[in-house]
Ligand binder design. Structure first.
Ligand SMILES: [Zn+2]
Length: 191
């Protein structure tokens, strides 16, 4: 988010490269405050119980009515794993055990990085929160592929259902002249 006005003193900023930096920043014309803008991390889980995958139907925009894995923006003071477990509790009312990182997916055009963790649940009891209109478990052949909310979620689900479940999957999605393209890497040999 560009800062037209200084977040410290309220005076206008200018776009410039600060001394010793290599990126253009919003720099305050009065007090010199440099406004750094860095990509945001979304963290979530791929929860599996007895072979079925937990998905939540979004009650809110963006993508209301579409299905997603429990996932949201990491909060300050949290580890990625803590944020993933918290989001799963908030959106599905489910207590998960985080097993390991399953996918890391970058979306440079919107400055987002998704970290999704393979997780297990002791029971299939769910209690969807206000951000979800529904939450339930899907067998791999029941996944509503045409109704998945986000590319990063589809990426993780696709590689869990159709790919190597023992691997870590890394992807990058970009748009170049209107043409989407994906860089993809798989780290194999993990338990
Ligand atoms: Zn200022």
């Amino acid at each position: 988010m560009p800062a037209a006005y200084c977040r410290v003193c309220g005076k206008p900023t200018a776009r410039e490269v600060p001394a010793g930096d290599t990126f253009v920043r919003d720099v305050c014309t009065k007090c010199g405050e440099i406004h750094y803008d860095n990509p945001r991390i979304l963290t979530g889980t791929l929860p599996v119980h007895e072979g079925r995958i937990l998905l939540c139907e979004r009650a809110i925009e963006p993508r209301a009515g579409y299905w997603t894995l429990p996932c949201g923006f990491l909060e300050e003071g949290e580890s990625a794993e803590e944020g993933a477990a918290r989001e799963t509790m908030e959106e599905a009312g489910a207590i998960v055990t985080i097993e390991r990182l399953f996918s890391a997916f970058s979306l440079p055009h919107v400055n987002q990085i998704y970290l999704l963790y393979l997780s297990s649940l002791e029971t299939d009891a769910l209690d969807p929160g206000p951000e979800s209109s529904d939450a339930r478990f899907f067998r791999p052949d029941e996944i509503p592929w045409a109704r998945i909310a986000f590319r990063a979620i589809e990426f993780a689900l696709d590689h869990y259902v159709n790919g190597d479940r023992t691997a870590v999957h890394e992807g990058v999605y970009r748009r170049r002249k209107g043409d989407p393209w994906i860089l993809y890497k798989e780290t194999k040999g993990l338990a």
